[in-house]
Design a protein around this ligand. Structure first.
Ligand SMILES: CCC[C@@H]1OC(=O)[C@@H](C)C[C@H](C)CCCCC(=O)CCC[C@@H](CC)/C=C/C=C(\COC)CC[C@@H](O)[C@@H](O)C[C@H](O)CNC1=O
Length: 157
């Protein structure tokens, strides 16, 4: 159980350290080329959520994030002992949510820097916390899908 919180804390630390390095070493708008025309490190700020929606609605984001964190901790206490993978997925979502929450609390905006081009489309610039959130949510969907399928199979036997 505590290993899950250790994973969440690691996600938060990696997220906050990378954001600190971007803020300390780059001006907003600065760009480092990692892979030409595919992957850049671009110093960016977002006071909204994904795709910059709801700019500046910090009160709303605090409430949603606290609900997400409360929900995840409840799920960790209730279900994480059933499956290691579910526990890891929940830890990623918890770490990602807290990582962006820290930015929203202390910076009133979120630091983003992963700038990926998919073809000519410039995908919204994101960070470690966003990646952990998306990976965690996808894992939870995959686990839930297989868990339901296994349950159906065992019920029909
Ligand atoms: C990842 C959720 C966004 C993250 O939510 C959070 O913090 C949570 C804990 C709190 C929010 C207030 C509530 C969730 C809103 C749900 C949402 O938004 C729908 C998302 C769908 C998803 C489909 C899979 C897209 C993903 C997109 C992006 C990430 O791609 C890797 C682009 C990220 C860039 O726009 C970047 O500027 C965003 C900035 O970093 C602030 N981040 C947030 O608000």
């Amino acid at each position: 159980m505590w290993r899950i919180y250790l994973i969440a804390i690691t996600v938060i630390l990696v997220d906050q350290v990378t954001k600190y390095l971007v803020v300390a070493n780059m001006e907003i708008g600065d760009r480092l080329t990692v892979i030409e025309s595919f992957f850049y490190i671009t110093s960016h700020r977002n006071s909204g959520a994904a795709w910059g929606i709801l700019q500046g609605q910090m009160g709303f984001f605090y409430i949603i994030t606290i609900i997400v964190i409360g929900f995840i901790i409840f799920y960790i206490q209730k279900f994480a002992k059933d499956s290691k993978w579910l526990g890891i997925a929940l830890a990623f979502v918890l770490g990602g949510a807290i990582g962006n929450f820290i930015d929203r609390l202390f910076r009133k905006e979120v630091v983003d820097f992963f700038d990926v081009y998919i073809g000519s489309y410039d995908y919204p610039i994101f960070n470690i916390a966003d990646s952990a959130l998306v990976v965690g949510v996808i894992f939870i969907f995959i686990y839930t899908f297989f868990d339901e399928r296994n349950q159906k199979r065992s019920n029909t036997k």
